[in-house]
Design a protein around this ligand. Structure first.
Ligand code: TEU
Ligand code: CA
Length: 560
């Protein structure tokens, strides 16, 4: 169906692939992934069928937080290549109809950025006010605010006799968005990248830019949306079809509607994390583990589907570079690795929104369990130190790291079964997951039944039918503790998504006229056994009935 130009947005049926450059493909044997390496894998991505790459930061950076500490926004880190390599990547991607989305870290810079180097020289330096400074007595910070990566959010600088504010590590001083000069510098930098052919941006912790540390406000500060609107107007809106995705841990649906309002005044969509935070103890941190309650997960996803319907737009994801591997987390990375990886994908790809694949997710890559010396992430290392010094047992801390550590997502991409998984001919900066011998791209591309080929098929499906973009969402059997069943209805057609979230065969009667192979768009089992869903069984059916009829039939046949 043809769509009118004002409602059509290319990114509504696009699939975005996130690359964490350090771990994707090394081209020169230094053990670190790089831009020339990415270029050699573009054909792989094309084969998978993705439309755009979200590239985690490749800017010049001392790499204390793997590039989320930028020391020059207009330069490429030599570790990743040159500006020429970057221009080549944009060009080579474009040839394959793949757009490049850059990661914008605008809340903070590296302390090695020129602005900060100047800022800390004296209070009268023109760059001083680019950052957030407060007086205080040496040894006593202005208040007790904490950094996300441990310790105080304030660091003392003797030269200026002031503390600077940093929500992340002390190597990541927060920018002062209240200073119009800072905002102007940022806009010019973004326009400069747009001019190079970059067609989208992911905005790191964007909900934290309008901080007011005197009131201990970090997230959702009073001026947040004013600043975002200005940012959008001065930059993205000047481009053509720019996609923007704001990372917002603190967004509720009301706020998400502002961020992703179809009037385009802010962003295209927002990355929010409510669903992905459900396996932690309430009011505590991600390290304080709790089992996932499927009923809660269903209700959270359903809430976002309903709230943003026609008023905003969702990002759909299970993974990114900060999150553990979903198949190990909510699937089964042993016996049912393939089935459960496909099941999780099926649930996600039936929803309304734009799906994101994090590198290796399409292979069903898993978490790792290393000795503490083999971890690299600043957050993990700080946590280990902090918790072991504060009475936690080593085993307890390691269990949290195994479950939630960010390095789970950062082990090298598993390309083939050669040494170091084909990632590097040198020594990888972080150990390769030993299961690369059998979980790798080369194997999976050959295997029709692989996770890779299942993702390929899902991506094509989403482009084949408008129901994926437009269908109205309804959750069924919302209290069922093991099954995830929902519909998307559009013009008398209904997409029925059924999934068994666990490894136990469960009773579920799907009328044979629905389960008919003619209706089945995709499934992770070759045959559906009437009356049951097998361990991790999942499927999508396209049915010529409206939601009401389907609902009453399913409710009649299944009384739970
Ligand atoms: O992450 C935002 C963020 O708040 C994370 O630090 C998150 O709290 C953490 O990963 C979960 O424990 C973004 C980037 O995605 C992350 O990689 C950066 O480290 C962070 O911002 C700072 O730029
Ligand atoms: Ca390299």
């Amino acid at each position: 169906m043809k769509q009118t130009s004002d409602t059509y947005k290319w990114w509504k049926n696009a699939v975005i692939y996130q690359i964490y450059p350090k771990s994707f493909q090394d081209s020169n044997g230094d053990g670190i992934g790089d831009i020339p390496g990415i270029i050699t894998r573009l054909d792989y991505l094309k084969k998978l069928g993705i439309d755009a790459i979200w590239l985690s930061p490749v800017y010049r950076s001392p790499q204390y937080d793997n590039g989320y500490d930028i020391s020059d926004y207009k330069d490429i880190d030599p570790m990743f290549g040159t500006m020429n390599d970057m221009e080549n990547l944009i060009k080579e991607a474009k040839k394959r109809n793949i757009r490049i989305i850059m990661d914008l870290v605008l809340n903070h810079t590296s302390d090695e950025h020129y602005w900060f180097q100047e800022a800390k020289k004296s209070r009268s330096n023109p760059y001083h006010d680019y950052y957030v400074w407060r007086n205080g007595v040496e040894g006593t910070p202005p208040n007790d605010m904490k950094s996300t990566f441990g310790g105080s959010a304030w660091t003392w600088v003797p030269e200026v006799q002031q503390y600077y504010f940093h929500q992340f590590s002390e190597k990541q001083p927060d920018l002062n968005w209240d200073n119009p000069k800072v905002r102007r510098e940022i806009y010019d930098m973004i326009l400069w990248w747009m001019n190079k052919g970059v067609e989208g941006f992911r905005l790191d912790v964007i909900d934290q830019i309008a901080k007011e540390p005197d009131h201990k406000i970090t997230v959702n500060g009073p001026k947040l949306h004013e600043y975002i609107r200005e940012l959008s107007k001065e930059t993205f809106q000047k481009g053509k079809d720019i996609i923007t995705v704001g990372e917002a841990w603190g967004a509720d649906p009301e706020r998400a509607k502002m961020y992703s309002n179809p009037d385009n005044s802010e962003f295209s969509m927002v990355f929010q994390f409510e669903h992905i935070c459900l396996d932690q103890q309430e009011g505590k941190s991600k390290w304080d583990l709790a089992p996932l309650d499927l009923v809660k997960l269903k209700n959270v996803l359903a809430k976002w589907q309903k709230e943003l319907y026609q008023t905003g737009w969702n990002s759909l994801f299970w993974n990114n570079h900060d999150l553990p591997r979903i198949v190990s987390r909510w699937g089964n990375d042993g016996k049912y690795r393939v089935e459960s990886a496909k099941m999780l994908a099926t649930i996600l790809y039936g929803l309304q929104g734009t799906p994101y694949i994090y590198q290796g997710e399409e292979l069903g890559m898993t978490n790792v369990r290393y000795n503490i010396e083999d971890y690299r992430d600043i957050e993990t290392l700080n946590l280990y130190k902090e918790r072991t010094e504060n009475g936690y047992s080593v085993q307890e801390v390691m269990n949290s790291i195994y479950a939630k550590g960010r390095d789970n997502a950062r082990t090298p991409m598993q390309w083939d079964d050669s040494e170091n998984a084909g990632f590097t001919i040198g020594i990888p900066w972080i150990k390769v997951n030993p299961n690369y011998k059998y979980i790798n791209a080369r194997n999976e591309m050959k295997d029709e039944k692989s996770v890779f080929n299942y993702y390929r098929k899902l991506i094509q499906l989403r482009k084949s039918n408008d129901i994926f973009i437009k269908g109205r969402f309804e959750l069924l059997f919302e209290k069922h503790p093991e099954l995830f069943i929902y519909t998307r209805t559009w013009n008398e057609h209904t997409l029925l998504v059924v999934a068994n979230f666990y490894g136990r065969r469960v009773q579920f009667y799907l009328p044979p006229e629905y389960a008919d192979t003619g209706n089945c768009l995709i499934s992770n089992y070759e045959e559906h056994e009437t009356g049951y869903l097998q361990p991790y069984e999942a499927a999508m059916y396209l049915i010529n009935d409206n939601y009401k009829i389907i609902r009453s039939k399913l409710l009649n046949h299944n009384n739970f």
